[in-house]
Design a protein around this ligand. Sequence first.
Ligand code: NAD
Length: 309
Amino acid sequence: MKNRIVLIGCGNVGMSYAYALLNQHTYVDELILIDLNKEKIEGEAMDLNHCLAYSPSKVRIYVGDYQDCKEARIVVIAAGSNQEVGETRMDLIHKNSQIFQSIIENVMQSGFDGIFLIATNPLDVMTCLTLKYSKLPPSRVIGSGTTLDTARLRYLISEKINICPKDIQAYVIGEHGDSEFVAWSNANIALTSINAFLTKEDQQQLEEEVKDAAYEIIQKKGATYYGIGMCLVRITSAILEDKNIILPVSSYDKTNQVCISTPAIVNKNGVQEKIFIPLNPEETEKLTHSIAIIKKALDIVDATGIKTK
Ligand code: NAD
């Protein structure tokens, strides 16, 4: 079977993902673009194809339709509205949940039997809806979750203490949204508690900066997309190369019956396993709060008549 990716939604986020894919060795054989704006994606496909002479990967890129999902290993969804200045991710719930119902139905009607990778906000709600509409096993519905927030955190810590971000073992978990938080009690560097490197005040300040990052970028340039593009590539390669990478993706939590981010093992099966993390009482409370927010949002979608169950 070819490593075919179908990308639905080719705006800022979708195209940043596509471009990042071409810049890395990703074992993607085919990248198929779907968007409401057909003319734009014809241009995008041409532009991307012009990278191939110098790309490390050999990828067939073209505009397609929902029938192409049948043979896809991964369907990536970045379709829908993004945040305006001052809007929260949750504010997008009505517009994007409507779009999702028809997108997932179209994908499933093709006979798709692969893995969904979701980027659209509000992320955890859209991941839950994808799981419900597709009826695929929970392991095969993945949201980018707090991979981006975790990347932002590691970058900010690395700048503060001058250690490579790849060597910083710290995670943002919970909702990909305003209730997300850093599980500081488990954060470490070189087997040493993060407390040896950062004061509590530093930790609090860095956590705030991570939470505000999207708002600040949107204020300054209108949207955020390069960071999430790289996160989606990382998740894609974990799947296609069966890498067993630990990533804080959003996936179904059986106990709490919502999709939420905690570190998980990602491989060719999707989310192989969510890892149990021992949180302190304060962090447990924060996770419970995140779960409640996502559940409440799903109730709001339900109330609009869009099925969530
Ligand atoms: P954008 O407006 O640039 O692109 C959205 C694209 O979706 C457009 O090209 C539009 O034509 C297309 N689209 C809309 N409805 C569609 C449908 N029914 N079928 C096919 N295509 C459709 O927006 P963007 O900046 O790319 O953001 C996309 C989503 O990603 C937003 O919800 C945004 O909030 C989210 N986002 C998520 C993260 C994350 O960490 N998960 C980070 C940044 C942005």
